[in-house]
Design a protein. Sequence first.
Length: 665
Amino acid sequence: MTKIQIEDGRRRAVIEAVDPCVDGGRFPIKRTIGDVVQVEAIAFCDGHDRLRVHLLHRKAGLRAWRETPMALGDNDCWRAGFTVSELGQYTYTAIAWVDGFLTWRHDFNRRLDEKDRQRALLVGADLVAAAAARATPGNARRLTRFAGGLRGSQSVEERAALANDPELDALMLAYADRSLAVTFRPERAVVVDPLRARYSTWYEMFPRSCAAREGEHGSFKDCIARLPYIAGMGFDVLYLPPIHPIGRINRKGRNNTLTPREDDPGSPWAIGSVEGGHKAIHPQLGSEEDFKALVAAAQSHGIALALDIAFQCAPDHPYLSEHPQWFRRLPDGTLQYAENPPKKYEDIYPFDFETSEWTPLWQELKSVFLHWIGRGVRIFRVDNPHTKPFAFWEWVIGELKRAYPDLIFLSEAFTRPAVMHRLAKLGFSQSYTYFAWRNTKYELQTYFTELSTGPGRQYLRPNAWPNTPDILTEFLQRGGRPAFMIRLVLAATLSASYGIYGPAFELCEHSPREPGSEEYLNSEKYEIKHWDIERADSLAPFITRVNAIRRSNPALHSNEGLRFHAVNHDALLCFSKATPTLDNIVVVVVNLDPQRAAAGWVDLPLRTLGLPEDQPYRMHDGLSGASYAWRGQYNPVALDPGSTPAHVFIVQRFLRNERNFDYFA
């Protein structure tokens, strides 16, 4: 039997749990600047004595704790919160102790016999006198006066009133005997990120396809010219695929062919050539000064630039000759190119993270981030992080965020749930999701309920993308223009962060390379495209409306407050998002069938949403501009995908002012 070590048997307080936490405190939870971290602790002691429980919290690097008294709820659960006002990391825990004065006062107030009360007052006076001995001189005098009053000659009722004086309670708390206090270990941690880590609207664009004239290679200057278009649609993050020199050896041609034409530009993810590697810029995109000008111009439009980090190398990347030990060779001496059977990536080689030279490899990859941080980049979309060691990501993200707490990392890992969650736990600020493949009402309700209410909500921030350069789903291939509208509304309202790969999305690009494939026909990954962004059938105006609704409704800036509601039609999905105070409520109804109209009755929980049961309330559709007066729990909806397949309602309560004029607010 294991021998139990008791530090001090007089410590009677027990703290069994402090939440929220991730994996018993192994990883931090995540919040954004200005959030209130709501903390719960299960704390109790033997017998009937009274506890004091306080929340302890401090910014990392500070020695002194800040304290907040915790309020007792049901089943020995204590609650309190603290605001995170700075970027970086905070720690928090709970401290509890049996409070002799609190216990005495509780018992004293229950006593009925006058002699018992007189004797008890003397006990209380001794407790107050002991606190005076711990107090500063000024407060010691105040406590001594209270002790004298409890022992004095006044009536029991007058002395009882003194015992319950709020001033005495505050003094006794300030100078409580904490010699037997218990502090919960291990301490919990919270990483505080910029607001864009919680709420952001991404637009992906290939710089080389931004040229004004067809047949030309785009540049950073062309990207600057495209910024008003992107900002005008309401996007605040512009994500660029790799901007580095592209390898010539084993270069891929159009539609991923192994026999490229002379003028084929290759895949931007085949990084590196004689012109340089991960710290270099493709010569046709422009200079380093041009890149800095793009970063500054984007910021002037309220847009942050996100850069792709893909840790892999084309065969002619300088790393291959400078550090051959960083790559794995087959028994015949050839290098092992990247594979994800049945897919083959002959134009790139992965790093060997099991090399004996792993330390300099890690340092060099860290320096890639630092290089672009030095040029103004604060957001990184990381390609396939699940194919690199977890320990590396935990180390490099931790190192970088300690120096630059405003960094944001988006994990592009379409893989098993446990792996995606691990990457989020160890530092990635946002994560791609399975949203692209969740199409039915059941699939969407189940998946987003898990994301918004499951344990992962403390650390995994979803970023929903209806399409990417690698993902053209069957739903988009077959559903036509309504399918793109449906997926846009779902991504933009179900998730606080979402993105599109454009201009392919707003121009409803939907042709697959071959039947059953999610690859685009004539994919932009392998050729320069010329997009007619002024096309009359572009979805840009619709996207602009949706993003304007997002900006003006705080309920859509968070994944909390998401609730799904019943509709008596399988194709109709209804959900709401609300701020904690219910001062902003958005109700979304989407027809998930891009080809057929659907009608049904929406069932809204009026009390949950703070809506009146006996008065009308207005549903203002942000998409169409129309308003509807609803009343009661059940109301009809009808959506034809041929026009607009969704309602995005902003709820306005029916109010009456002091002159009895009716209005909506």
